[in-house]
Design a protein around this ligand. Structure first.
Ligand SMILES: C[S@@+](CC[C@H](N)C(=O)[O-])C[C@H]1O[C@@H](n2cnc3c(N)ncnc32)[C@H](O)[C@@H]1O
Length: 304
């Protein structure tokens, strides 16, 4: 355990491993979002790209489940999923293509995209790298095309005081935020992405925050299912999230593998406790590249 397949990117490492357990975690995360959005006609994204998009890009596609489902849902589109790792081999619809690449390198896709989608890439990049990524996305989109990003707030909260200071889960998020800061990667992308997307030139910006319950505590049947699935998601993901960051950047000094295992055992125990009504915020931002007309108007205003 803890010796997952890690990817070396340039002179650093990406904090998450890419092994079977982590792929299982990605799949469970995908299902959590589908159940959370069960009432939506389109459970995959909010950007209004119409019924017959042609080109869609999923950045950091992971297991590729989002790209596969979207390709099924939109047969007119070619859906590209790009990641540092190839997804595990599985059936893929003919209009879904996976590519192994580093999205920080210059993009060479020729066909302009209707939608560029990013999900759970928190902690992947330094701020200047995010800016570069949004600029590349802007350039690669059709005029009037959309960008959409969904990111977690890693801090667990409760609204009724059931998550107490002595709980490991209450400290969990802040510990990781500080570790990631020391690693030069912000985990608070859910807070900053809107501003960064606006800065890159996108307009018509929308934002939607939702609570994702952690554990079986909700009374509402659908939310209880989400909480149970989220528990399974965390169980599969915990070690992948924690091991690299804590053993490299833990405080006051890097933790040993044993210390991380003990911490995670306590966290798992608390997640099962139905008396703790914990949840995380998840934030979704979607925004549009200006249309040709809007871009022309802007240039004309500048010329006047
Ligand atoms: C937490 S996973 C999210 C996977 C997927 N988007 C989802 O929602 O299930 C983040 C993914 O980003 C990928 N990634 C990180 N840095 C990357 C880069 N520079 N280029 C391409 N993919 C990258 C990782 O390999 C990992 O699969």
């Amino acid at each position: 355990m803890g010796e997952g397949r890690y990817q070396a990117t340039k002179d650093e490492e990406y904090w998450g491993p890419s092994d079977e357990q982590q792929f299982e975690a990605f799949e469970l995360g995908h299902i959590v979002f589908l159940v959370l959005d069960h009432y939506q006609e389109n459970r995959y994204f909010r950007a209004p790209i119409g019924d017959s998009p042609q080109h869609i890009l999923d950045i950091g596609t992971g297991q590729g489940s989002w790209a596969i489902d979207v390709a099924d849902e939109f047969p007119t589109a070619t859906v590209r999923g790009v990641d540092l790792f190839p997804p595990p081999l599985t059936w893929t619809p003919p209009n879904c293509v996976f590519e192994v690449d580093d999205v920080l390198r210059e993009w060479t896709w020729r066909d302009p995209f209707d939608l560029v989608h990013i999900r759970l890439m928190y902690g992947a990049f330094a701020p200047n790298e995010w800016d570069r990524l949004y600029k590349q996305a802007y350039k690669a989109l059709k005029p009037g095309g959309w960008i959409e990003q969904m990111e977690f707030d890693v801090r667990v909260r409760s609204d009724d005081g059931s998550l107490k200071e002595e709980h490991k889960l209450s400290k969990w998020g802040d510990i990781f935020i500080r570790c990631a800061e020391r690693a030069g990667r912000s985990l608070n992308i859910h807070e900053t992405m809107r501003g960064s997307i606006e800065k890159a030139g996108f307009v018509d910006v929308h934002e939607k925050k939702s609570r994702v319950p952690l554990g079986p505590w909700p009374k509402d049947k659908q939310l209880k299912e989400v909480g149970q699935l989220e528990y399974a998601h965390w169980k599969a993901a915990l070690e992948g999230w924690a091991m690299w960051l804590l053993t490299h950047f833990g405080e006051p000094e890097p933790w040993t593998t044993e210390e991380v295992h003990l911490f995670l055992a306590a966290v798992r125990h608390e997640m099962k406790n139905a008396r703790i009504h914990g949840y995380n915020w998840i934030n979704r931002v979607w925004a549009r590249k200006p249309t040709e007309e809007e871009l022309d108007d802007k240039t004309n205003i500048r010329r006047v």
